[in-house]
Design a protein around this ligand. Structure first.
Ligand code: MG
Length: 312
């Protein structure tokens, strides 16, 4: 296995394991999260878990939508937005790309956007796009934009912004997806998280249109705010990136993401994608990977991605 491919596998499994690991802790305030070493796929006895009916090791909306995106990018690396949005709708309605065809976690904004899409059929106009519509629902799924071959950072930026449109069309969300995808793209090629983040910020600052500068500065200023692990896209991005920068292995990174409380599955999914790339598939604890349901779906997508990459 090449190093690059090990990092891609690590990124996808890192995202899915992070999501599944965070599901039982979702909505808990940080004070209610178990001690660092006790954060596992099965929370300790006595912990009141979110989604108690969901089997341990099941990814949620984050993982499912990332797989829908990867599937679309495998079919067409330039991303057919209509086909992608149909995939999101199939997830919402029938549990497409879930381990057991059961949807248990739907963001309010995403639900409104997909219901609009079901009525108007236009992936460019179905999303709410006020400033308040900047949840982390498109950031959590954008990672596969870093896996398909791109000839320039501009390609990665365009792809990441584009995939945000059907549910999170506000520019702030689009730019958050672009920053994260650029960082991941460089890390897939072997950059450290610090270097990749520097590169991503420089690349965005060097390419955004004048009219986008205000929103980019709001996004980048988020780096100065304390981590809250919330659902707001700016806080979510930096909460996750800080966990990657402040830890030295996958396990500690994910546990520190979940320790922030609140939107634990998504913070851990976003951090887990980057940490999985950096430490590779081998860096993900075996017991967490073995506990993940639906691995057949993941392996099928990875083998199709591998075939395409071998042809290019
Ligand atoms: Mg979720």
């Amino acid at each position: 296995m090449t190093d690059r491919w090990e990092r891609i596998r690590g990124g996808l499994y890192g995202l899915l394991v992070g999501d599944a690991l965070g599901v039982p802790y979702e909505f808990s305030p940080p004070a209610a999260i178990p001690a660092h070493d006790l954060i596992e796929m099965s929370p300790p006895a006595g912990f009141v878990r979110a989604h108690p009916a969901v089997p341990v090791g099941t990814w949620s909306d984050d993982g499912a939508q990332a797989l829908v995106l990867l599937n679309s990018l495998v079919k067409d690396s330039s991303l057919n937005l209509k086909q992608f949005t149909e995939g999101l709708l199939a997830w919402y309605r029938t549990g497409y790309m879930t381990p057991d065809e059961h949807v248990f976690d739907v963001g309010i904004q995403t639900m409104h956007a997909l219901e609009n899409y079901a009525r108007n059929g236009n992936p460019l106009t179905c999303s709410p796009s006020d400033e308040w519509n900047n949840g982390n629902g498109s950031l959590m799924r954008t990672l596969p934009c870093a896996f398909v071959l791109a000839s320039s950072p501009t390609d990665v930026i365009a792809r990441a912004k584009h995939q945000s449109m059907p549910t999170h069309a506000h520019l702030r969300s689009q730019l958050a997806c672009a920053l994260y995808s650029l960082m991941a793209w460089r890390m897939v090629d072997g950059d450290s998280p610090v270097d990749a983040l520097d590169y991503a910020q420089d690349a965005l600052e060097g390419t955004v249109h004048q009219s986008e500068r205000h929103e980019l500065s709001i996004l980048l200023d988020g780096r100065l705010e304390p981590s809250q692990g919330s659902g707001y896209v700016v806080d979510s991005l930096w909460s996750a990136i800080r966990c990657v920068l402040a830890t030295s292995n996958y396990e500690d990174c994910l546990r520190s993401a979940i320790a922030l409380g609140n939107d634990t599955d998504t913070t851990a999914c976003i951090a887990g994608g980057l940490a999985g790339i950096f430490y590779g598939e081998r860096g993900i604890p075996d017991r967490w990977k073995r506990a993940l349901n639906g691995r057949v779906i993941v392996e099928d997508l990875l083998s199709r991605l591998a075939r395409i990459q071998a042809e290019n």
